[in-house]
Design a protein around this ligand. Sequence first.
Ligand code: NAP
Length: 646
Amino acid sequence: MNVVNHAQLTSECELPITDHAGLRSALADANVPTLLMVYTTYSQDRAYLDSFAPYLTGLYTAEMPSTVPEEMAQDLRDRLFALLTDPVPPKERPIDPELLRHMMSVSVGEEVAAGIVPVLYDQMGFERVVPRKDLPGRKAPPADFRVLVIGGGMTGIAAGIKLAEAGYDYTIIEKNASLAGTWYENTYPGVGVDTPSHFYSYSFELNPDWSHYHPKGKEIYDYLTGVANKYGVPPHVQFETMVTSATWDEGKARWIVGLRGKDGKERFEEANAVILAHGVLNRWTMPQIPGLDTFKGPKMHTAGWDNSVDLKGKRVAVIGTGASAAQLAPAIADEVAELTIFQRSKHWVLNNPDINVGVNDAIRFALKNIPHYKEWFRFRVYWFTGDGLYGNVCADDGWEDMENSISAQNKAARDYAIYYIQNKLADRPDLVEKIVPDYPIFGKRIVLDADGGWLDTLVKPNVTLETGAIDHVEENAIVMADGTRYEVDVIALATGFELAPALGPLKVYGRGGADLAKAWGKDDARSYLGVMAPQYPNFFLTLGPNSAPNHAAGVNMVLEAQIHYIIEALDMLVAADAHAIEPSMAAYEEWNRRVEEQMKNMVWSHPKAKSYYLNSKGRNYVSCPFRLADYWSWTRQPDRTALQLT
Ligand code: NAP
């Protein structure tokens, strides 16, 4: 177990702040509720905190106008200025957990449960953990204990960092020539993140320097590779190498892992444990559209974009209207001659006015220099893009309007989306008709419109939204079922990823030759906690079945929670002098029963909702039906009674 000081928040910022002009402008621009949290961290003045409560609402960004009366905000800024520039810096005192919980509630304008307090410490960057290998009394892993990580994306990098901190020898096998996975591969115009990076980033490496609240792909790539370099990950990586198979050798209690490098030859390495971090949204192929192969012009999938293709003045087709298309189309609409967007089914669209907003210098000063500002800001972002959205996807007891929505929060989000779309497209009722879905909002991944850019694109004179069925593709055209022909020069396929089969082409053979690909079938993957499966000792999944946070942002939080759990399990193995750890069949069945029970209440199970979360039998094998905070707490400490050690 990590040792943390839960009573004391920590910050590496130095006091006093001597750049008074910089501090003044930072205080003037900074997010008022976040400043209030910083102040209260020092003052612990509950009455002062409560005086702000009536004015604090659910808005989260630094850019949004404050709802706090100006004289109160100014008083807070003055107090903070005095505190942060005092030549005798204020001492931080341990904070009572109940005061912390109350601070969180005031900060976000709604009641936050006590269970979130430990999440705040760990995930918001407040925690300064003692590296595992320095923990007194902990049994160090044997020197020859080796962990092999498949994939060097956001998860694999974090796994490497945390394994090293725990004293485990590790190797990452990465198919590309670089780390960072998705953020290396996806280079299509407009690629970025539609969840805010002040949360979508590692809790142990908060970045005060994001240029935008939703940075573009290259900046995330630089962040991830920068973190990997800082922690010395690259020397542990075998690049341009694919894992072909993993076979458990009972006698050796090791995995024999098949690898294929650039030379195409297969070779084998051994490892005591394997962590599968190959990414859920990673494998793609060209869709099965008749005649697509005969198309003479360039055709590119968003995840395999060729930036040497000049789109200027071309007639371009974008197939698909999901998150990738909604980034791509606005980025290219103005340079192409004609843009035809092919929608197969409807996606709910919610506007996010912040997506293109830059983080100004004053706010960056605050994030960098004001103690606890970046941590408290991260908490707000987590809340408003993470668990605060859970009510959208989980049905209210006795909710009556089940045809269109599943809960009060879900209905409010639906109304808000309809209001946005109708207002934005007031002159285009034909488009409103074409894009507003009939299933409840959040029934599948919503499209976050970057400050209206997606809908603005749809109304451009050179843009057409085609909602009919594609019949086939010819050498220079896409032909619809009704015979309409679109002559195009380039086809962009924003058609998404193959989640099934969950292992991809990888073969995994566990105890007695148990075949994981066979057990999971075409699209029926199951696991224990999304992390392990019986009969596959020391084989760990990340973002495995039913652990994707589909209600919100938070993939970063889930992957960190899973890595924490995996290392806890490995430590349990080492401490017991055992060779193999796996979940019991009973624990596996109980977890899946709980998932299925809860899934019945979730929006993804609504009869009108169809998404890539569902397998061919209609079972959701992707989404986690629980709150991020609950999942986080269940993965803190492995339940010894659920695990078998041999
Ligand atoms: P997606 O959400 O799976 O959307 C694919 C789109 O292509 C859908 O509109 C789909 O229609 C359509 N489509 C698929 N096959 C087709 C075919 N054969 N003919 C016509 N249309 C077809 O894929 P994505 O947009 O690449 O996004 C995938 C996931 O990546 C997202 O859900 C999100 O989690 C992640 N992502 C995140 C960001 C971010 O900013 N954070 C950005 C991009 C992607 P149907 O709806 O009918 O299936």
